[in-house]
Design a protein around this ligand. Structure first.
Ligand SMILES: [Zn+2]
Ligand SMILES: [Zn+2]
Length: 347
């Protein structure tokens, strides 16, 4: 079967290769025929070899996916052949560490994520353990369900982490990429009074989409000062919550300026660049700076509900659906900002 593989540590060391189909599923596992797989900003980083996380090589890329159960191992009770399923990213966890025991398996030190340390979903068939499967509601398409994962990332960051976003909060989101847009959906659902989306000159199209899906203000930071905008909102002390989805380390500096005293900065985006500024404003303003990573089972069930009820409408986000053979166009059109999100359909 065709698979999109990162094979080396140079820019664009990614190509389609033929790999064997997965074997019959072991007990407790299923084989999923991939119905759709979203292209993530992190896939673009790995394509360009800019990733700042551990990966294996060679690696089948792709971790945002869903599909149809095509083979069922012994002991799998709640999923049968033909079921439509969305699949979490934690392909393997140890099941036996402090985090697995307390249910926080996203922090298992032995976690192997699809498309990073475990072969991913830009192919036709993927093996998955039953614990990470979720039934897809009937009225949710594969293209929509493939984006459950980035919704969960934002949901985890804005709702499951404390301090949580409160109705009436002023929120600034840095970076109108897919995760930034999902953060926007969640901020809107949580009742934020103002949601500012910040982008650069490369994000003109994405900022338009952000306004369409609920940003109360958008700003190109190459043209205007975001601090001035943040201080023009509400009582003028700055934003209650800054959500960093920029993928650039230096964004933290501007987040520290825009956040109000006692406010919160939630960092979702990764950034390989070292920082060279001081963190005194964090201390002086008593700001909570928190990281967040991945998501857990419950969040997936809720995200699928939000898709099923139409409370999250992904139509403006999905810029294009591409056959696996056209992956390069899918990647390029996301990198250029033409698409907020590209989706690959392997079959
Ligand atoms: Zn992702
Ligand atoms: Zn563990």
């Amino acid at each position: 079967m065709d698979a999109l593989i990162k094979y080396g540590r140079e820019d664009k060391n990614v190509e389609l290769r033929d790999i064997p189909q997965p074997p019959d599923p072991a007990p407790g596992q299923v084989v999923v025929e991939v119905g759709a797989a979203g292209v993530c900003g992190s896939d673009l980083h790995m394509w360009r070899d800019h990733q700042s996380w551990a990966i294996k090589l060679p690696l089948v890329l792709g971790h945002e996916f869903c599909g149809t159960v095509a083979a069922v191992g012994a002991g799998v009770e709640t999923f049968k052949l033909g079921d439509r399923v969305a699949v979490e990213t934690a392909a393997e966890v140890c099941g036996n560490c402090a985090y697995c025991h307390s249910g926080d398996y996203n922090q298992c030190p032995h976690r192997l994520g699809y498309g990073a340390l475990y072969d991913g979903a830009f192919t036709q068939y993927v093996t998955a353990r039953q614990q990470i499967l979720h039934h897809i509601p009937e009225n949710v398409t594969f293209e929509q369900a493939s984006l459950t994962e980035p919704i969960c990332v934002a949901y985890n960051a804005l709702v499951e982490k404390t301090p949580v976003l409160r109705p009436g909060d002023i929120v600034v989101i840095q970076g109108p990429g897919p995760i930034g847009m999902m953060a926007l959906f969640i901020a809107k659902l949580r009742g934020a009074s103002e949601i500012v989306m910040l982008g650069t000159r490369h994000d003109k199209r994405r900022l338009t989409v952000a306004a369409e899906i609920g940003a109360t203000q958008t700003l190109n930071i190459d043209e205007a000062d975001p601090l001035e905008l943040a201080r023009s909102l509400g009582d003028g002390y700055g934003a209650d919550l800054i959500v960093d989805c920029s993928g650039v380390s230096i964004a933290l500096k501007s987040a520290l300026e825009m956040v109000r005293p006692n406010g919160t900065i939630t960092k979702i985006g990764w950034g390989p660049q070292p920082l060279d500024f001081n963190l005194d404003p964090l201390v002086q303003k008593a700001v909570t700076l928190q990281g967040c990573f991945s998501h857990l089972y419950d969040t997936w069930e809720r995200a699928l509900q939000l898709l099923s009820t139409g409370q999250i409408d992904l139509a403006p986000i999905i810029g294009g659906v591409y056959a696996l053979g056209d992956w390069e166009a899918a990647f390029e059109q996301m990198e250029s900002g033409e698409n907020v999100k590209s989706v690959l359909v392997p079959a």
